[in-house]
Write a protein that binds this ligand. Structure first.
Ligand code: SAH
Ligand code: SF4
Ligand code: F3S
Length: 441
């Protein structure tokens, strides 16, 4: 009988990408997907370690895997991803029922392990391959991730990612263009280019094959059939005019930039080792607004970084107020093992962090709500993703600005629909469909 796997994914879009590749690889060696964990011969986790609560959530799930393995010892339990990388072999001491553990650079080794006769537990933690080279099983036919680089050369003092994903390595441009072309031929309408710092793409490629991120965008934009190009995340230090102009000039590059701020205070930015100042950040925002006036801007912000004073925090509020983000991910600072910031004195007390978070969320939501009103009365192109999460009689999709749109109408996932926007909150737009362009058309 065909063996079955069950995979649970935690963390960011890069992990979602890696999980699609894991699934593709497993299916290529004959595994099928199980609907629930208890039906699986192989129980897999693709983990994240970005904040402490990411660790905790996952460890609770591992408990169930332990129970299922006790019921049937032939089951194989595998743990991949950033958490696995950050604890390495320690995983076997802490969780003896785990059979195989592997980091983000060793996903291909999972197939090797499963097809070998080895019965002993094994760990694989080199920074070696691109998961982008493995076959993919996409969550949606019409959307795809494209891994343009792995790793990160930044040294943000709070961040565990450089130690879990290694040094930055870019994939060759021709290979990426060929992959995007194959995706378009396979019915994909939207690609999201992924990297820890996408706009430093190509700097490590050999001189004669060096391509900038803006050039990569230009080459992918030229591919017939791709309607939308997104990317995440750019680093403000590397956000150059050529990339900003690509949003204005290239048909398929969407009017949305996710530009992580982290803090609005120069002193905190310095302590975070972000290598840009508040002024440089605001200057990037001004440049974006000059060339792409209607561009949606979203961000990541950390509150309660060690030694963040009330005055530092007030400067973050000020930037949030001034920029007027269309949305933001806000995080309470979480000390991570092995990072510089975890050793800094004067960690901010939890109550202060929580109180600051509440104040920040108020500003973010109010400004996002105000910003969203500009869409009311406009007709926007929506790529349909499914039915509305709150009302199954309505449809849900995304605008080019990356706004979730819930609307009335008839369309299938993958269709592009023109929707007249009739209402807007900080998070979502609502409207009515007018024109539908079929996924197959
Ligand atoms: N490479 C991307 C994403 C990094 S992780 C980038 O640089 O933008 C996503 C977000 O998690 C970061 O932007 C940051 O806001 C947050 N984050 C990272 N480490 C954190 C920590 N130790 N505590 C709280 N938030 C953190
Ligand atoms: Fe982490 Fe900074 Fe690299 Fe982003 S740029 S992954 S925050 S070290
Ligand atoms: Fe992503 Fe989490 Fe790793 S955010 S890069 S899966 S630590």
């Amino acid at each position: 009988m065909r063996k079955r796997y069950h995979l649970t994914t935690f963390g960011c879009q890069m992990n979602e990408h890696d999980s699609e590749r894991m699934k593709g690889m497993l299916e290529s060696i004959g595994y099928g997907e199980a609907a629930t964990r208890d039906q699986a011969d192989l129980i897999l986790f693709n983990t994240c370690s970005i904040r402490e609560n990411a660790d905790n959530r996952f460890v609770a799930h591992l408990g169930e895997a332990k129970r299922l393995k006790a019921q049937d010892p032939t089951r194989v339990v595998g743990v991949g991803g950033c958490w696995a990388q950050s604890v390495k072999e320690e995983v076997f001491a802490r969780f003896p029922f785990v059979d195989v553990a592997f980091g983000p650079g060793q996903v291909h080794k999972l197939a090797e392990f499963l097809t070998s006769d080895s019965l002993s537990a094994q760990g694989f933690f080199e920074f070696e391959g691109f998961t982008g080279h493995l076959p993919a099983k996409r969550a949606r036919e019409f959307q795809a991730w494209v891994q343009i680089s792995v790793g990160c050369n930044s040294v943000c003092s709070y961040c565990i990612v450089p130690s879990t994903r290694g040094r930055e390595v870019s994939r060759p441009t021709d290979e990426l263009v060929a992959e995007a072309r194959a995706l378009a031929a396979d019915g994909v309408r939207e690609v999201t280019l992924l990297g820890q710092n996408v706009n430093s793409y190509g700097r490590d490629l050999p001189r004669e094959r060096r391509t900038s991120f803006a050039e990569l965008l230009t080459r992918i934009d030229a591919i017939e059939g791709l309607e939308r190009i997104r990317y995440t995340s750019p680093h403000p230090k590397d956000m150059r005019i050529d990339v900003i102009k690509a949003h204005a000039e290239l048909r398929s590059v969407c009017e949305h930039i996710h530009l992580p701020l982290q803090s609005g205070s120069g002193t905190v930015l310095k302590r975070m080792r972000r290598t840009y100042t508040r002024e440089r950040y605001l200057d990037r925002v001004a440049l974006i607004r000059e060339h792409v006036p209607d561009c949606a801007l979203t961000t990541d912000i950390i509150v309660g970084f060690p030694r963040e004073t009330e005055e530092d925090f007030r400067q973050t509020l000020e930037v949030a107020e001034e920029v007027g983000y269309d949305g933001a991910f806000t995080f309470v600072y979480s000390p991570r093992r092995g990072t510089e910031a975890a050793t800094l004195p004067d960690q901010v007390p939890h109550e202060v962090q929580v109180e600051r978070m509440e104040r920040l969320v108020e500003v973010i939501q109010r400004r996002a709500h105000e910003r969203a009103q500009r869409f009311v009365g406009r007709r926007v192109a929506v790529l349909v993703e499914g039915t509305s999460r709150t009302d199954p009689s309505r449809l849900r999709g995304r605008s080019r600005h990356n706004k979730v749109v819930n609307f009335d109408g008839l369309a299938a996932p993958g269709d592009l629909v023109e929707v007249l926007i009739t209402g807007a909150s900080s998070q979502t737009l609502t409207g009515e469909a007018s024109l539908v362009s079929r996924a197959s058309g």
